[in-house]
Design a protein around this ligand. Structure first.
Ligand code: GDP
Ligand code: MG
Length: 226
């Protein structure tokens, strides 16, 4: 009976912490990107490819969320950048407090790019602002082109859609043009990049997108200073 008011209170508390995080990211010029998808769509694989291609001088860090295990953090630490695992113990999304807690002993002024890999889920993570500059949704070609219509909230809120595992297109009945049309029905201005981590397709476009977003974040930082 009291569920709706309680959910509202939790979300407004989350929004308050997220707003504070966003202010801190802006102040330090940290670009924070929140990666969201169903389990297994390729978030960690994309981060592996991304970290592999960045120079060691890049000031990048990752927070990776799962219900259990340190597996993803172990996969991502191989590249030499700071990585922390957030295990939620059952919660199906990350919230702003978890991000705040796990950032406590990192100096944001030393991080230009912060990736958050959310818990695999297309529903709950869309309701929780983490203070990120942008949400990015991944949809693999094995999941069906109707997912933007079934889970509109996350497609509406994400700035970028990455259609992943395009190397599998010859083997699965997935109409990629239809998937893109469905995504744009929900979010007409959405940017879309097709990627394959096994073949490397689309990775240059993804890295360029990050670079543009980083520059935009630096401009915002100088606005704050002035
Ligand atoms: N064929 C193919 N498999 C992929 C690709 N990206 C990821 N995978 C596989 O998909 C599975 C799940 O990937 P993972 O990165 O762990 O997904 P996450 O749960 O979203 O982090 C793994 O077996 C990956 O090897 C891709 O581009 N092509
Ligand atoms: Mg993962």
């Amino acid at each position: 009976m009291n569920r709706v008011p309680l959910e509202k209170r939790i979300l407004s508390e989350n929004d308050r912490v997220a707003a504070d995080l966003r202010e801190r990211f802006k102040e330090h010029g940290t670009l924070c990107l929140n990666l969201i998808s169903a389990p297994g769509s390729g978030k960690t694989s994309l981060l592996e490819k991304t970290l592999e291609s960045l120079p060691q001088s890049e000031r990048v860090a990752v927070l990776t969320g799962d219900i259990q295990t340190e597996n993803d953090a172990t996969r991502l630490r191989r590249f030499g950048f700071p990585v922390k695992q957030i295990t939620t113990g059952g919660t199906c999304h990350l919230d702003a407090r978890m991000i705040e807690r796990h950032l406590a002993d990192w100096r944001l002024e030393e991080i230009d790019l912060l990736f958050i890999e959310n818990v695999g889920n297309l529903v709950c993570p869309s309701s929780y602002d983490l203070g990120e500059a942008a949400k990015i949704v991944l949809l693999s070609v094995a999941e069906g082109e109707d997912k933007p219509l079934k889970y509109p909230s996350i497609f509406f809120k994400s700035e970028l859609l990455l259609i992943t595992k395009t190397d599998l297109l010859p083997y699965v009945p997935f109409n990629i043009a239809k998937a893109e049309e469905n995504a744009r029905r929900i979010h007409p201005e959405m940017e879309i990049v097709r990627v394959s981590c096994t073949r490397g397709d689309g990775l240059p476009e993804w890295l360029t997108w990050i670079e543009h977003r980083k520059q935009a974040q630096q401009v915002t930082k100088s606005d704050v200073v002035v």
